[in-house]
Design a protein. Sequence first.
Length: 386
Amino acid sequence: MIPYGRQDIRQEDVDAVVEVLRSDFLTQGPVVPRFEQAVAGYVGARHAVAVNSATSALHIACLALDLSEGDWLWTSPITFVASANCGLYCGAKVDFVDIDPQTYNLCPEALAAKLKKAEEEGRLPKVLVAVHLCGQPCDMAAIHGLSRRYGFRVIEDASHAIGGKYCGEPIGNGRYSAITVFSFHPVKIITTGEGGMAVTNDDELAERMSLLRSHGITRDPQCMTHEPDGPWYYEQVDLGFNYRMTEMQAALGVSQIERLDAYVARRNELAERYDRLLADLPVTTPWQHPDSYSGRHLYVIRLQIDAIARSHRAVFESLREHGIGVNLHYIPVHLQPWYRQMGFRLGDFPDAERYYAEAISLPLFPLMTEGQQDSVVSALEEALGG
Ligand SMILES: *Cc1c(COP(=O)(O)O)cnc(C)c1O
């Protein structure tokens, strides 16, 4: 089976992790801050807070922005459930903005229209989670403009997008958002096993997120409400969690980020090769906005259903039968049972639903060979009935 994504672990990664295992610290040692500095430096953000997953990063990002009961969080329906669940964790309500049929990211025109209506109804969102689907950045200039006009805060869910650029600048530099979140799950662009990070330029948000990552406990006398009783003293000043990253994970991250540029370059090369190989098939290849340099976490094609004699499901199944580990990113979040029970139904976000009826993620990962890619293309040709 050719998987849709796969990590690249080399001897230097193994050595870096083993070195930590033999050191004094397995958690809360010197390597986590080193990884934080490496990511902050790479993306051009002032602060980085490493955590055990992007899901945790989204949760503490929402809390740092004071999202709570009675508030609204908006995001795209075409994303992993975590981009929406973080709102529910905070007791907020969640709503969605339909996608742009060309980029599959949250559509800025749909957002503008929905905001106008929400303002009239007095239910404007407090937080918008902008998901850079497949690694292609959202229209951040437009989203930023709307956030200033309507007073909501923006979290970039860049789980797919580390190493990418928007208008020539690294995703995560915070020019258009309060906080950006990255995932280091093994299928993502670089990995720490499980792991995530939140980056920001705001001192207070960074401080709040680092507190929340570790039980809301501080050892900094300046953050305490009482005089220390003695050198053992610490204070819990907020209700936090144990969302810490281990030293082993951070060591893997420090080693992986060395190859980030090469990974993204290779992903782009393979994606462009797919574009050429698929040009004459009845599929739509992923359109790239000229402002975008995508991390290319996923290569999603859409079947031109009217030009094909077989169903989406039949094409998908045929690919799997041929050993091609295709996937579908994503089932629209509003159609998940957990969200349907809140009142969402089929028909609410037609562009997202149409995308779901046509999309297939083809295998794409840095170590993929051109031979493997050719096998994917021939299996697809056959699956399409051609
Ligand atoms: C993978 C992913 C997440 C969650 O990442 P974890 O590190 O697995 O918690 C969140 N949002 C998107 C868009 C993702 O793809």
